[in-house]
Design a protein around this ligand. Structure first.
Ligand SMILES: [Zn+2]
Length: 225
């Protein structure tokens, strides 16, 4: 059951970090909805969702407060539900997610630091895949040779490595917002290729196996060439 109105006697603003624009800024409640978990006809837990709008960038955010108390502090207790911090798939190893999380926090406010931290995240990927050469470039090349990442990824990682170098050493070079977007898209595509897609394929095969009688043959996971 849902209501779509603001609860009474609650504040309608909260100052919070906005992942869209990177500012800590007032967020305005633009709507709320309370969801009831019912067990044996009794409401056992209420969760209130707050739709918020950033007053700086107008970006939309969703917060949720579990175990609603209606004491005027539910909005204060609510946790950010969307956009989640980095949104990396839960199947990505924790060490890599932590590295990327750090990068994501400074993506808007410091593109240079973002590039450096993405470089570190790539090192974490290499380490997780069992490759630790003298340099990041050599590690990535080894991953290509082992067929763990496609050649096009290794080429792109050279660009990231160069950009990361600008950030790590004092130069006049600057990382701009469009480069940040390219780096971020690339890193996420690499993560999808290495960790997420294989897991999705095996989930899919397991589901197909459950549904079909007799079971369908397994899909070849190794691409041609
Ligand atoms: Zn914002």
């Amino acid at each position: 059951m849902n209501d779509f109105e603001n609860p009474k006697q609650e504040p309608t603003q909260r100052v919070e970090y906005c992942p869209h624009c990177g500012n800590t800024t007032p967020l305005q409640v633009v709507g709320s909805s309370t969801s009831h978990d019912v067990e044996d006809g009794q409401s056992v837990c209420e969760t209130r969702f707050y739709l918020m709008s950033c007053k700086t960038c107008t970006g939309t955010l969703l917060f949720a407060a579990e175990y609603v108390q209606d004491d005027g502090r539910d909005l204060h207790r609510a946790q950010l539900v969307w956009p989640t911090k980095s949104n990396l798939d839960i199947r990505v190893p924790a060490a890599i997610r932590e590295c990327y999380e750090e990068a994501y926090q400074v993506k808007v406010t410091s593109p240079m630091a973002f590039a450096v931290l993405i470089r570190r995240s790539l090192e974490a990927v290499c380490s997780d895949r069992g490759v630790q050469k003298r340099s990041l470039a050599a590690s990535l090349q080894a991953l290509v040779e082992q067929d763990q990442i496609p050649l096009v990824c290794a080429d792109m990682t050279k660009v990231i490595k160069a950009i990361g170098n600008y950030g790590a050493h004092f130069t006049d070079m600057k990382v701009n917002a469009s480069q940040v977007k390219v780096i971020d898209d690339f890193f996420r595509a690499l993560i999808e290729y290495v960790y997420v897609a294989p897991a999705k394929i095996s989930d899919f095969q397991a589901r197909i196996g459950l549904l079909s009688e007799p079971p369908l043959p397994l899909i070849e996971s190794k691409a041609n060439g």
